[in-house]
Design a protein around this ligand. Structure first.
Ligand code: C5P
Length: 232
């Protein structure tokens, strides 16, 4: 797997999703299915999108006891997704169990990424509510190291953190980065953003792009622009 653009299919149901995917005709972008679409439409939707030839990042951010996560991951792996994720806060034991569950009888498995701290959590809330006293950047890198220790393939992180993650864990440890906007685009509710070209320069392996593509007047052209800027 090389550098790629992953489109966030943040749609409420199957109709809107297929209307969007139909615009791409014979092109098959890598897509992300998150909680909204998955909980609304279920595993059958994943199978159908896969059958159309797309690679899929199933973004369900699992976090439970190791045995439950292991068994849930086995069910997701059977859906033949390409990438999935969990919360590093579930501990190394949970991450190791997840990898076991994901590994298919033939030894193959989807890529597994960790969420370190959600970007919606501020350092202040982390200290006052979660009782984590370390600074945010140190906490993110510590959780990243735990993910690497557990044998995961990488982390989901801000594009601004991708360089530090690679410095700490090596260039082959994947960074998947949302928060991407075109230089001439609307940033919406994202706070810290980067263009696809900047994300390429700092070494992101995959960028996750939602509204700049899904809400564009011409989504296929917007996706192509991301590919041109990021993959080159
Ligand atoms: O529309 P937009 O490009 O902001 O969509 C970004 C996608 O990445 C959304 O699906 C969002 O939930 C996800 N995401 C994010 N920031 C994170 C983790 C995931 O924006 N820290």
């Amino acid at each position: 797997m090389g550098k790629d653009v992953i489109i966030a299919l943040d749609f409420p149901g199957r109709e809107q999703t297929f209307a969007f995917l139909d615009k791409f005709q014979d092109r098959k972008p890598f897509v992300k299915i998150g909680m909204e679409l998955f909980y609304a439409t279920g595993p059958e939707m994943v199978r159908q999108i896969k059958a159309r030839g797309h690679q899929i990042f199933l973004d369900l951010k699992l976090h439970d006891i190791p045995n439950t996560v292991k068994r849930a991951m086995a069910a997701l792996s059977a859906l033949d997704v390409d990438m999935c994720n969990l919360h590093a806060a579930g501990t190394v034991a949970m991450m190791e169990a997840a990898l076991e569950g994901l590994t298919r009888p033939d030894g193959t498995r989807p890529l597994l990424l960790a969420v370190t701290q959600l970007t919606s959590t501020s350092e202040e809330r982390m200290r006052e509510e979660l009782w984590i006293d370390h600074p945010m950047d140190q906490t993110v890198l510590h959780y990243t190291e735990l993910a690497k220790k557990a044998g995961l393939d990488g982390v989901v992180c801000s594009p601004l953190e991708a360089g530090k993650v690679h410095d700490r864990c090596g260039s082959s440890f994947l960074t998947v980065t949302p928060g991407v906007r075109f230089a001439d685009g609307d940033i919406g509710d994202q706070v810290r953003v980067m263009t696809p070209a900047e994300a390429k320069r700092i070494g992101s392996d995959y960028i996750v792009v939602g509204r700049p593509i899904t809400q564009a007047a011409d989504p296929v052209a917007a996706w192509q622009r991301c590919i041109d800027e990021f993959v080159g």
